[in-house]
Design a protein around this ligand. Structure first.
Ligand SMILES: Nc1ncnc2c1ncn2[C@@H]1O[C@H](COP(=O)(O)OP(=O)(O)OP(=O)(O)O)[C@@H](O)[C@H]1O
Length: 228
């Protein structure tokens, strides 16, 4: 099938009507999230507020009855089946540990040299396997490969996790540069990096998304995400 999402645009990804219950307990009650190419959407929320569940649901890894995911107004459920639409960095590894990294890059249709151009320390590692990298380097490399892959959207769950501050900043710059052709949804407890890089920031609280104001700090304190 033809990949229609690499040209034209802006392309718009919308998710709504997402309700998830675990053991009868509502985790996501009524979510509406919108992201378009050229935009970075940040998602913050307390531990267990449902951020990963929401990204899994949008990607289609978690089938949810009645969940609506649309691209340019057309239903796309499960979204991962639409060629070129989106990719997803889960909290756990995105790539099998035993897959040679060069091969992984080729499968993702990524020029690994270009993806690591701003990260010279990672270049020699491309000849090996994911399990040979340190935790932070493995996280960084997976985030870079998915960011550089030819999809219109990337959903990144904790891309900064374990990544050293120097590379957190470089990865944030990479996101800013790549959003010219992509829409990104990122969630991470490195909230200062998320706030710095995002065009729109949502707080997930008691199953609902609240869009944060230009000064996010009062709400982040009031909803118990940062210390009062
Ligand atoms: N398969 C499951 N079965 C039962 N409960 C689950 C399951 N997966 C997640 N949960 C619960 O759903 C809630 C949301 O989990 P989720 O991992 O989406 O939160 P999160 O916001 O990503 O948290 P964190 O910031 O800690 O990564 C939590 O209370 C979690 O315990």
């Amino acid at each position: 099938m033809k990949n229609n999402y690499l040209t034209g645009g802006p392309h718009v990804l919308e998710a709504d009507g997402i309700r998830v219950l675990f053991d009868g307990r509502p985790v996501l009650t009524d979510i509406y999230l919108r992201v378009q190419t050229g935009q970075i959407v940040g998602l913050l929320g307390r531990n267990g507020s449902g951020k990963s569940t929401l990204l899994q649901t949008i990607f289609g890894a978690r089938p949810v009855p009645d969940a609506s995911v649309r691209v340019n107004g057309r239903r796309a459920v499960p979204a991962f089946q639409t060629p070129g639409l989106l990719n997803y960095l889960p909290q756990a590894a995105a790539l099998p540990a035993s897959l040679p990294l060069g091969r992984a890059a080729r499968l993702l249709q990524v020029d690994a040299e270009a993806a690591t151009a701003n990260f010279p320390e990672l270049r020699p590692q491309l000849a090996g396997f994911l399990h040979e990298l340190s935790g932070g380097s493995a996280r960084l490399l997976q985030a870079l490969l998915l960011l550089h892959a030819p999809t219109a959207f990337s959903l990144l769950d904790e891309p900064f996790s374990g990544v050293m501050p120097l590379h957190v900043e470089a990865l944030a710059r990479e996101m800013q540069a790549l959003k010219v052709r992509k829409g990104l949804v990122i969630t991470d407890h490195r909230y200062e990096a998320v706030l710095a890089v995002s065009d729109v920031v949502y707080l997930l609280h008691q199953g609902r998304l609240r869009q944060l104001a230009a000064d996010p700090w009062p709400e982040l304190r009031d909803y118990g995400y940062v210390p009062a």
